[in-house]
Design a protein around this ligand. Sequence first.
Ligand SMILES: C[C@H](N)CC(=O)CC(=O)O
Ligand SMILES: [Zn+2]
Length: 304
Amino acid sequence: MSLKRKVIITSAVTGAIHTPSMSPHLPVSPDEIAEAAIGAAEAGAAVVHLHARDPRDGRPSQDPRHFEPILEKVTANSDVVINITTGGSPHMTVEERMRPVAAFKPELASLNMGSMNFGLYPMLERFTEFEHEWERESLEKSRDLVFKNTFSDIETILGIGNANGTRFEFECYDISHLNNLAHFHARGLARGPLFVQSVFGLLGGIGGHPEDLMHMRRTADRLLGSDYEWSILGAGRNQMPLATMGAAMGSHVRVGLEDSLWIGPGQLAESNAEQVSRARVILEALNLEVATPDEAREILQLKG
Ligand SMILES: C[C@H](N)CC(=O)CC(=O)O
Ligand SMILES: [Zn+2]
């Protein structure tokens, strides 16, 4: 019996924020997304967070037909825990965003704990060449973009999950989101242990400074007591520094090309597995142990 704490590594392999022209390593086709998820699992990820894309031009899609080939290939080749997005892309309606979770009843699904401005346009300073016009548009439109998840939207998504035995990765981009989570927890709609994914450094949410991380932790402890498993998601350059700080304080970690395209300053990550391996080196250097998918199922009390 190891004395080392088990840390769940989540790999978010493609997302809906980054677009194909930003990195040749961003998985786009169903096959690339499935291969990336399997590679991330082999490198040590216990959970893969999945979005799908339209194979014709790589734009984000919540169409269950675009998820099916991904899920088939991943489940045929790995026992990794599958976490399907309900966030989709901020440009989608709530109805659109809920379709794959209702269709596939996964063990785990993401759930954004509130509405927020979603500032992607600063990426236009870094990325100027796009193969598809929709890529530039999706960034420019984010000046006026609100990601909508009202209390009734959240209640609806919780209802779908609770009916299917799907548990949630509660995405908290700010302190108010922790308060919203505590509200649904108190009502028994969000059931513990709560898997809290605190998101740092995305314009519209909390920053990526260590003080922000400390503030999130203190507030989560005060509002949720011990009935939660804490995980850290640092966007962009915050990814590895905040994962390291969080892990040293008791958290799980999330990496992946959805959250950051980089492995170092100006150096694009060549795969999701590369980021998982980097996180693994950091965790093992901290005398922590990477959890297996089944250990993650136990820690998060998933339906398996
Ligand atoms: C910052 C991440 N894009 C959070 C996320 O993964 C949201 C979701 O898919 O529901
Ligand atoms: Zn996502």
